[in-house]
Design a binder for this molecule. Sequence first.
Ligand SMILES: [Cu+2]
Length: 400
Amino acid sequence: MVRYCMVILGSLAAMASAQDICMSPTSTFTVKVNLFASELGYYAFEECGDVVNPTIGMEVGETYTFVQADRSNYFHPMGFSYFPDGAHDGVDELEPGIGLGSDASCAETLSCPAPMYFLNDDYLGNYSNIEEVLPVSTGAEDFGLDAYEPLFFHPMPEWVGYGEFSIQLRFDDESYDKDIFYFCHIHQFMSGRIKLMKNGELVSPEDEPPLGYTYDEPGAFDETCGTYGLDAFQLPHPECPSTFVCDAGPENQPFASCINAMNCHMVVGMTTGVSSESNLALFIHQMIPHHQNAVNMAKTLLLTGDVPCEDLTNDEDPYCVMQVILREIVNGQNFQIQAMRGLLEALNLPATDDCTVPVAIDGLDGLGSIVERQNPPPIEDSEDGAAPVDRVGGPFRRRV
Ligand SMILES: [Cu+2]
């Protein structure tokens, strides 16, 4: 009996309930990115409240507008795909030449549904399945993404200065019977589900295809700091010094305790092995926690509200200059973290190579055992005749 109930619950979990689907009565979704909701941030829509990556509903054959004007969209150009994460995962996106319905003839005429990308009111492509924008096309495959996406990598004040980014999407393949997804063209793992509907009825009651991953959920401490992954690194911690911030008064205490935990997270992350004997792997394993620290620091300062800025293009205002720096750090370094993780995978190098090094104080490590200082061997003369480098000191190692 119990098992039977669980099976039913299990299948219910994969079904969409109408209450969980966010519809927009105006057919507009105002896109924002909640940078504090996960390591990378998650999409949210003004029309859907505070829920991150909400499941949204779209009527087949109707035109929807996704407005990416909010500053939080920087580095997050939205895409649409048949499977989560699109090209990040090597799976099909919505493109004029890709039809996954039972009638795939649209692929031959390049008239399958695809998003149409706009800057201000100018459509950036020549494909169209929206008559009101451009006569419906066949044989044209440029839907504007190639002009749209690169602008999201430009320096933030330039990106803001370009104007209002938006996307129109009319999914009109009547023969397709599953869900589609929105995703970020720059960051993986930010996908959300789109339920297609016909006259208010779900095309697919089941959530198909599956998302394939769960969303990050910040811990309680992370929520106060606007960070990700720090709950287990609050001080005291056996691999960290007793503090990183000295003499913080009551006013700075909350920010300082966030800084303490993020620096401890970094220090713990920056003790790694070289099991692969690869300097490149060593660099990446050390750089990722370093980047994560920069991202966490920037997010926490953003969350304090201590860096107010109305006009991000105003480089005379120190707060605006700082706000730009913070947002560029969060988005640019997160992008680099993902790229470096991808490199490790592509090169068959281990994803992580952590080692545990208790913090050493006065010859004692954090666990109270005796440690000794091991000096590394001197570096030999290099072949090109460069002088040897004098290295002072070395890492503390536990005596075994
Ligand atoms: Cu993104």
